[in-house]
Design a protein around this ligand. Structure first.
Ligand SMILES: [Zn+2]
Length: 334
């Protein structure tokens, strides 16, 4: 945990950020080997108490998700002085008190289930606490946001029931409109968008419409705004845009239903042959070759400052930077 002296914010913002439980609901590390987690210290120094680490997505074979979970769990055990794999929310509060970063895992796309809803229980045991249906393209569970707008398949519906039973959070980021709305309707637990921005502010297919935001909130869920530059606005990966998306959603559904899933990529790699071979997941028109960057973990205290400057009350800020997603975990995890 940082004392916050290096953060470029007021003493009031730093004190609030230090004291609040700060929750980053999604980070992608593009697993190749466990040492990709060496940069986690950046999160801890930025005063972040919890991060959901992505362990796999539909673009890669499901067996690589299992390998990543094994490798990441070993890496975390070897770094027990600074990082903790949380089982429940009490572990996250304890990690904060100890100055450590708490983590769990997420999966983007149900190809990782290999057609077996029983895998939900296995992944939960391994530390996966949230999972979304389809990564951009339609799959055996439902629709992705860059594909034909379809709803949940019978298998997708079976998985929702299993996630509810096991206590895994149902996530609808990256999904088709219909799939997201049907999952919110079907799930008996609140559903989240772990990392999705407002389409009304920036017209990208990965961003979500007002009816999705409203349905999610009406069912008790939380939407995490994301710092991926191409989903933010004309200036790309700047905290200013992130705050605009937060502010828009707060206007729409209130401060209790908005959080942050930053998706900071620390060291973006140039596009290579693997990317080109999987180009259908990132259609050219939506993902032009010029990258627009990622908001970095260090922006968290800057967001706190910006929200205070906009007149947000301290309790609302605490909710947005962590309390709201913490509440969902308390409700859903078992
Ligand atoms: Zn994602």
């Amino acid at each position: 945990m940082s004392d916050g002296k290096a953060w470029p914010v007021s003493e009031r913002a730093a004190a609030l950020h230090r004291d609040a439980l700060v929750w980053d609901d999604h980070g992608g590390f593009g697993y190749s080997k466990a040492s990709v987690l060496d940069c986690l210290e950046r999160w801890r120094r930025a005063g972040i108490d919890y991060l959901s680490i992505n362990a796999g997505y539909d673009v890669k074979p499901w067996t690589l998700t299992v390998e990543a979970l094994s490798q990441y769990r070993q890496w975390i055990r070897a770094h027990a002085d600074t990082v903790v794999l949380a089982d429940g929310v009490a572990d996250i509060r304890r990690a904060k008190a100890d100055g450590k970063l708490a983590v769990t895992f997420d999966i983007e796309g149900m190809d990782s289930l290999n057609g077996d809803a029983g895998m939900v229980d296995l992944y939960y045991t391994l530390g996966v606490r949230q999972m979304l249906f389809a990564y951009n393209r339609n799959n055996l569970a439902g629709g992705g946001c860059h594909d034909a707008d379809v709803g949940l398949t019978p298998f997708g519906r079976e998985v929702v029931r299993e996630m509810n039973r096991v206590g895994m959070i149902v996530d609808v980021s990256h999904c088709a409109h219909r799939t997201s709305m049907e999952a919110i309707e079907l799930s008996t637990s609140p559903v989240i968008f772990s990392h999705s921005n407002a389409r009304r502010l920036w017209d990208h297919e990965r961003n979500i419409r007002d009816d999705q935001i409203k349905s999610c909130a009406a069912a008790g869920g939380v939407i995490g705004v994301t710092g991926v530059g191409r989903f933010l606005g004309p200036k790309g990966a700047v905290a200013e845009h992130l705050v605009e998306h937060i502010d828009y959603m707060v206007e729409l559904v209130g401060p209790a239903h908005v959080g942050i899933g930053m998706d900071s990529v620390i060291d973006p790699k140039p596009r290579g042959p693997v990317y080109e071979a999987s180009r259908a997941y990132w259609p050219e028109a939506q993902y032009p070759d010029s990258g627009s960057g990622y908001v970095q973990p260090e922006a968290f205290p800057v967001v706190v400052q910006a929200l205070l400057d906009r007149g947000y009350g301290e309790d609302d800020v605490r909710g947005i930077i962590g309390g709201n997603f913490h509440r969902i975990a308390e409700q859903v995890w078992k």
